[in-house]
Design a protein around this ligand. Structure first.
Ligand code: NCD
Length: 312
């Protein structure tokens, strides 16, 4: 059995579905997609395949990049970006929506506000389900593109001190990323106000794995040590009420002053969208890599789609 065969017809619900060698297979295959994106090679491996994008929550990058990835390989897409126009509005359950969508398409991509929605979908789907974000749970394909970006920009994923800043309580991108980084030899610093720190269950797993980490609330106390700074948005939509959100909103902002003591080689990442956590003045520095990071979503998703759809 070829190494790639382990992916065929599998669901991608959590980063825990991957080993480090699985991650390497996806990242290496993503590299192979670059000539197609550069117009140097034709991409037709997914001809005749259909992807269903089912987005029950807003999205720009994730939805568009799955669509673009599919089309770059000559596949097609169906779906909705707004559940208000689907039969969910009439009271249809997620299970029924998934049963039907999976009979129309070869692969289903689901974003949903409820944690666990992708796990449930995987039980009712007759085709692979990709979790494109389930509430505050997981966002595994974002993590793959984050790892791809770290490897590309730093040469390796291991041997980096990575600062993860922002809404670590509700942010699914940082939950997935932390669990993936725990499989490598990295040092981690979690930078957040104490009410938004990384959930205990995730920290417990780091303890079990012997990963070194620090909890801090001031980015200034860590910036000079970091090789990568991963910044996230405060997840307003996940707060129980507006008052709690306003209490921590705008609690930090990365600007030119913040990075004054940073290593010259510091890489700043952000899954986007940003609100006010990184000032636009940082965009023009050599630190900023968040737009390259977003672009990396295309080769990563092309690679993953080929692997799940059994293209060798
Ligand atoms: C993130 C998400 O949806 O979790 N966006 C993304 O997919 N790049 C981050 C966020 O919404 O803050």
């Amino acid at each position: 059995m070829s190494k790639d065969a382990v992916f065929e017809k599998k669901h991608v619900v959590s980063v825990r579905d991957f080993s480090t060698s699985d991650i390497e297979i996806v990242l290496d295959r993503a590299e192979e997609m670059l000539p197609i994106l550069g117009g140097k090679k034709e991409g037709n491996s997914l001809e005749g395949k259909i992807l269903a994008n089912l987005f029950f929550e807003p999205s720009t990058r994730t939805m568009l990049s799955f669509e673009a990835a599919m089309k770059r390989l000559s596949g097609q897409t169906i779906g909705f970006a707004n559940p208000e126009v689907s039969s969910v509005k009439k009271g249809e359950t997620l299970a029924d929506t998934i049963r039907v969508a999976s009979s129309y398409a070869d692969i289903v991509v689901l974003r949903h506000p409820q944690e666990g929605a992708a796990t449930l979908a995987s039980k009712f789907s007759t085709t692979p389900v990709i979790n494109a974000g389930d509430g505050a749970g997981q966002h595994p394909t974002q993590t793959l593109l984050d790892l791809f970006t770290i490897r590309k920009e730093r040469g390796d994923i291991s041997d980096n001190h990575i600062g993860i800043a922002g809404d670590l309580k509700y942010g699914r991108t940082v939950h997935s990323l932390t669990q993936a980084l725990a499989m490598y030899d990295t040092e981690l610093t979690f930078l957040a106000p104490s009410s938004l720190q990384m959930p205990r269950e995730i920290l417990r797993k780091l303890d079990e794995g012997g990963i070194q980490y620090w909890l801090k609330d001031d980015i200034g106390d860590a910036i000079s040590e970091l090789d990568v700074l991963y910044v996230t948005r405060i997840q307003r939509e996940r707060f129980p009420n507006e008052e709690e959100y306003l209490h921590v909103a705008s609690s930090y902002n990365i600007n030119l002053e913040t990075v004054e003591n940073a290593k010259e080689s510091l890489v700043i990442m952000h899954p986007l969208p940003r609100v006010d956590e990184i000032s636009p003045e940082v965009d023009n520095t050599d630190y900023a890599r968040y737009f390259e990071q977003a672009a990396n979503g295309i080769p990563i998703r092309m690679a993953l789609l080929e692997l799940l759809l059994g293209v060798n």
